[in-house]
Write a protein that binds this ligand. Structure first.
Ligand code: TYM
Length: 327
């Protein structure tokens, strides 16, 4: 099985990224899978227009992934922008994509609703993503639930391309979503997201993490009383606990006797414990950017070998580029 997925370097890596996607990336590097994971810097261009910042953020995301356990010897870890076949395929896909399909995209509508200017890049974001998804002949794409609609759009665009050119040129892969962590809530109870300011950033300073957790909004239910269900505090604590501990948290939450502050301390402790080794490794990696750069370059070579083959097949069928030698 071959899997492919990407993460935008548009902000610090948070718990939602980890539980929804990165943990799957790690599982899939030990299973019998060939994995390609990329830093989606072309996608980040829709929100970041500061070259130095974007370059640093890409390298920082690569360091985060390696510190969390991604092994660049086993998987191809690379920058999306190092694969020129991605924007080339995106353009071809754009020519078969109905504008209405893009206008119905949740992520696009959400960004417009939050006042982001509706650039053509934002509208065609799913087309670029379809190129990522279709360029490597992958079988599956590990993602959180918020990317599922993008996967469906990619499959639809891929099928349209095959139909227009009259051959099975690209292979639409399926989404791999882990139901229990499909949508990790943020500190305010809505989806944890870089753009909502409600994240728990895995590599933030410990004091800052604790401060953010202590700031989770709670009501005035007294310590001894049962707590109302639906709080992100309990949901996050459950996600970071073993099944037995989670059961115990649920029990005491409904029975009463434990105050919100105690749950907040538990959540902060779990988070710090769970990622302490990664945080230490992350500090070591940040002193060796040249190692990360060379891993990213090697990853790009591996990914490009596949990309060239698929793009060769597709571009020839579309009638663009120098045709393969006669003879
Ligand atoms: P991005 O950078 O927003 O998120 C990276 C991954 O983290 C998952 N995720 C979550 N999962 C559960 N709960 C959450 N609160 C949560 N927040 C984020 C996302 O679902 C994603 O899997 N467009 C993509 C990047 C991309 C991509 C691709 C992904 C570009 N090309 C091709 C897959 C295949 C994005 O912005 O993800």
């Amino acid at each position: 099985m071959r899997v492919v997925s990407g993460i935008q370097p548009s902000g610090p890596t948070h718990l939602g990224n980890y539980l929804g996607a990165i943990e799957q990336f790690l599982d899939l590097q030990t299973a019998a899978a060939e994995a390609l994971y990329f830093i989606a810097d072309l996608h980040a261009l829709t929100t970041v227009h500061d070259g130095q910042r974007l370059h640093a953020a890409s390298l920082s995301l690569a360091a985060d992934l390696v510190a969390l356990g991604l092994d660049p010897e086993r998987v191809a870890l690379f920058r999306q922008s190092d694969i020129p076949e991605v924007p080339a395929l995106a353009w071809l896909l754009a020519t078969v994509t109905p504008v209405g399909l893009l206008e119905r995209g949740h992520a696009y509508k959400d960004k417009l609703a939050r006042g982001l200017s509706g650039s053509a890049g934002l509208l065609t974001y799913p087309v670029l993503m379809a190129a990522d998804i279709l360029l490597y002949d992958a079988d599956a794409v590990p993602v959180g639930a918020d990317q599922q609609q993008h996967l469906e759009i990619a499959r639809e665009i891929g099928t349209k391309l095959n139909r227009k050119l009259g051959a099975l040129l690209v292979k639409p892969p399926r989404a791999l979503v882990k139901p229990a962590v499909a949508i990790v809530p943020g500190l305010d109870g809505t989806k944890m997201s870089k753009s909502y300011g409600n994240t728990l950033d895995l590599f933030a300073d410990e004091a800052e993490l604790r401060r953010r957790i202590m700031g989770i909004q709670t009501d005035s239910t007294p310590v001894e009383a049962p707590k109302p269900l639906g709080s992100p505090l309990l949901a996050l604590l459950e996600l970071l606990s073993s099944p037995e501990e989670a059961e115990e948290h649920r029990r005491s939450w409904s029975a009463g006797g434990v105050g919100y502050a105690a749950y907040k301390h538990r959540l902060a402790d779990r988070l710090v414990e769970r990622f302490s080794a990664a945080r230490a490794q992350r500090r070591r990696l940040s002193e060796r950017p040249e190692l990360l750069e060379s891993s990213l370059r090697r990853g790009a070579e591996r990914a490009r070998a596949i990309a060239r083959e698929v793009w060769g097949r597709v571009s020839t069928a579309a009638g663009i580029g120098s045709p393969p030698a006669f003879g």
